[in-house]
Ligand binder design. Structure first.
Ligand code: BTN
Length: 248
């Protein structure tokens, strides 16, 4: 397996603004990034494997040393758009620009990416207060190859020729830095265009999975909240996740 190098991952990026760690192994790139001070505008942590990779809602993120992407970027963000949705959008766009093709990885609210109805990328965003400012810890996991997997997990190993992981990481970092510096004007339209379940029936689940609502997904509002047409009217759902019949 081709090991990641600083030259390839950070090509064209201004390293005066970025502290970075390229590791062979770590418990979790998010946990590691949380423990480090943000001395420059960005802190990037990348590892070949994680021994305690973390997913959303306290789940484990399976992280073998198999050529996958485990990357965390920490920064302060004052843009008004919801970071959680924006990051998924920026990754889907990075896949198209690196490959030069319309890969169109579909967005599943709030921030999973799917190809052929399988989850190929997960995003875990955490935040911390530091001297009255919020620091975001954005963890990205993209699977190229999984020795064992659940039925809904996908891999993009077959696309590795057109989507080399170092180029994909580089493009994701470029996109995030560009977003942080310049914002993203039409992010809501762009997100909805890439969403794979507009007009489709789904089940919205609250964070503790105790409350559920079934309805037709109508899109999102300016805060990134889900608009769900239920039998009892239009509901606005701010957090949690969703489940789609036949997908996950
Ligand atoms: C999800 O549950 O969908 C989110 C998965 C996020 C996984 C990534 S891998 C890099 C970073 N470090 C972690 O421990 N988790 C995130």
């Amino acid at each position: 397996m081709h090991k990641l190098t600083q030259k390839e991952v950070f090509k064209g990026l201004n390293l005066e603004n970025i502290d970075f760690y390229l590791l062979d192994t770590v418990d979790s790139t998010n946990t590691f990034a949380k423990e480090k001070l943000l001395n420059k505008d960005y802190l990037v942590v990348i590892s070949e494997q994680q021994t305690a990779g973390r997913g959303r809602q306290g789940k484990e993120w399976y992280s073998p040393n198999a050529g996958n992407i485990y990357m965390t970027i920490k920064f302060k963000d004052k843009n008004p758009a919801p970071l959680s949705l924006i990051i998924g959008l920026l990754i889907s766009e990075a896949m198209d620009s690196v490959s030069g093709q319309k890969i169109n990885a579909g967005l599943k609210w709030p921030n999973d990416l799917l190809i052929n109805k399988k989850k190929i990328c997960g995003i875990l965003i955490e935040s911390e207060m530091n001297a009255d400012e919020v620091e975001f810890i954005v963890g990205i996991g993209i699977n190229y190859s999984l020795p064992k997997k659940e039925s809904w997990w996908g891999e993009i190993g077959e696309l590795a020729d057109i989507l080399p992981r170092e180029k994909l990481m580089n493009s994701i970092l470029q996109n995030i830095i560009d977003y942080k510096e310049n914002g993203y004007k039409n992010w809501k339209d762009a997100w909805e265009k890439r969403c794979m379940h507009i007009g489709i029936e789904l089940k919205a689940l609250s964070n503790n999975q105790k409350d559920t609502d079934i309805g037709i997904f109508k899109g999102i509002n300016e805060e990134g909240k889900m608009l769900l047409q239920t039998e009892r009217g239009l509901k606005i759902i701010s957090s949690g996740e969703c489940s789609i019949k036949g997908i996950y």
